[in-house]
Structure formats: structure tokens, C-alpha cells
Design a protein. Structure first.
Length: 215
């Protein structure tokens, strides 16, 4: 339990903007009374899941979407909320590069037998990361249109002219653009999800939410 409480403090302490801090506070306030938890790595992922739930009209009253502050922190939370702890409905999202870490955490938490893949659990893998999934679901042109609506097109164009990025695919440029500002990933997580019809949201995002909504 002590490790879990330390992770809660680290999540709040790692919130680097008011948006991130408000989201972390919301998650911490809800998580101890939740009947279901969606574990995610960061606040931008939290915002994406919460926004999809709102767009779909899901009942999120007893669901906490919790940013762990990084995939290596999944272990204590899986043990606390999973079968060896509170036995809540539990799902999650992770990046493709971190799937092995999550697999080990699920096995250690009694949520998955060692021979089985993550695909046999309620944890879902994003191809590269959630930003990449959202950009591909929208298409690069639609993503650029959202960036324009948000008033950031000139900043994107400036980055696209940089020699390092000039000849890269537009989708890769957008992904880099989102990651280059402290608040962009959080703001655009909501903007991109709202711009998509719910049925076109990334499969991993929909599946992690479906696993806990109405279960």
C-alpha cells in the first residue's frame, strides 16, 4: 500500500501545467471510490479516454481514468486495483514499445498467465502511441484542420520548415508537433477525439473504455 500511495503523490507532483494538475486531482479524487479504473500512462491519455466517454454519452460516474505517471508505474496500481487488491473492473492503454513492461505487470498482479499475450487481457496496445493512433484515425489533412482551428497552424508550419522535419510525412510532423509543447498533447487529445465520429476513434481507445463501461 505504501508504494501505491507514493505513486499517487508522484502523479500529482509530476503535473506540469494547470490542465495536467486539474486532471490529476480529478483522477485521484475519484479513484478511491471507483468501481472501475482505466490505467493510462499520462494525462493526455486520460483526457482522450474521458473525452471519448463524454462524446459517446457513457456513464462515467463510477469510472476513474488514472494517469500513472509512466508505464513502469503500472505494477503497483494493477496490484492495488486488480484481482489481488480491490478486484475492480480494470483496463488500460499502453504504447507499443512498452507492451513488455505491461505484460510483466499484469502477470505479477495475477491478471494474466505468463504464456498469454496482452491481447487476452483488457489492456490494449496503441500502435506507437495514442497520438499516432488519433492522427491516423483522422487523417493528416483533418488533423491539420483541427490544428488550424485551434490557432496553432503557424507554429506547425514553422516546425515543418525545419531541415530535420521538412521532408517527413505530414503525420510524423504532426506527431512531433504535439510532443514539442508542454500542453499540446493534453489540449489536442481532447480536440482530436471530439473531431472524430466515436466509431472511428482508435480501436485501443474504444476497447479500453468498453471494457469498463456498463460491465
Amino acid at each position: 500500500m505504501a508504494g501505491y500511495e507514493q505513486r499517487l503523490e508522484a502523479v500529482l507532483g509530476g503535473a506540469t501545467s494547470e490542465l495536467a494538475r486539474a486532471a490529476a486531482i480529478r483522477a485521484i479524487a475519484r479513484v478511491e471510490h471507483a468501481a472501475a479504473v482505466v490505467l493510462v500512462e499520462g494525462v493526455s491519455d486520460q483526457i482522450a479516454v474521458e473525452t471519448l466517454g463524454a462524446v459517446r454519452g457513457d456513464d462515467m460516474a463510477d469510472i476513474a481514468v488514472f494517469p500513472t505517471g509512466g508505464v513502469h508505474a503500472f505494477g503497483p496500481f494493477i496490484k492495488h486495483f486488480g484481482l489481488r487488491g480491490r478486484a475492480l473492473r480494470l483496463s488500460g492503454l499502453c504504447d507499443a514499445a512498452e507492451a513488455g513492461v505491461v505484460h510483466e505487470a499484469l502477470v505479477a498482479g495475477g491478471m494474466l498467465d505468463p504464456p498469454h499475450a496482452i491481447a487476452e487481457s483488457e489492456f490494449h496496445i496503441c500502435n506507437r502511441d495514442l497520438e499516432d493512433e488519433l492522427i491516423r484515425a483522422m487523417g493528416a489533412d483533418a488533423a491539420v484542420a483541427v490544428i488550424d482551428e485551434e490557432g496553432d497552424l503557424h507554429r506547425l508550419r514553422t516546425m515543418q520548415r525545419q531541415p530535420e522535419w521538412r521532408n517527413r510525412p505530414t503525420a510524423d510532423q504532426i506527431r512531433r508537433f504535439l510532443g514539442s509543447g508542454a500542453r499540446r498533447k493534453i489540449r489536442y487529445a481532447a480536440a482530436f477525439v471530439r473531431a472524430l465520429p466515436p466509431e472511428r476513434a482508435p480501436t485501443a481507445l474504444r476497447a479500453a473504455l468498453d471494457a469498463v463501461v456498463g460491465a
